[in-house]
Design a binder for this molecule. Sequence first.
Ligand SMILES: [Zn+2]
Length: 98
Amino acid sequence: MLRKVKRIKLGKQIYRRLMKRVLERDGWRCRKCGSLENLQIHHKIKRSQQGNDSLDNLVTLCAYCHLAEHGQLGYEKSAAEVLEKTVKRGRRLHWSSL
Ligand SMILES: [Zn+2]
């Protein structure tokens, strides 16, 4: 997505930190089926419905359960993929600093 939209939204790095916190809180498992693979972060309340990027509104789901939640094909990258890219860029993020 290359659209330039001015919205109050968390920066990518901050979002990744938040994602990690959600994953750690949920023990790196899908909250529905317990899967350890293809994990994604699901917004319980969609951003478009005033949902925000807080820990309370985020939950770890695998791609399949996430798909079931939305009733459509998932478009989000897996959490592992997103976090892996962060690491490749030089470990600039320190999760413990939050
Ligand atoms: Zn699942």
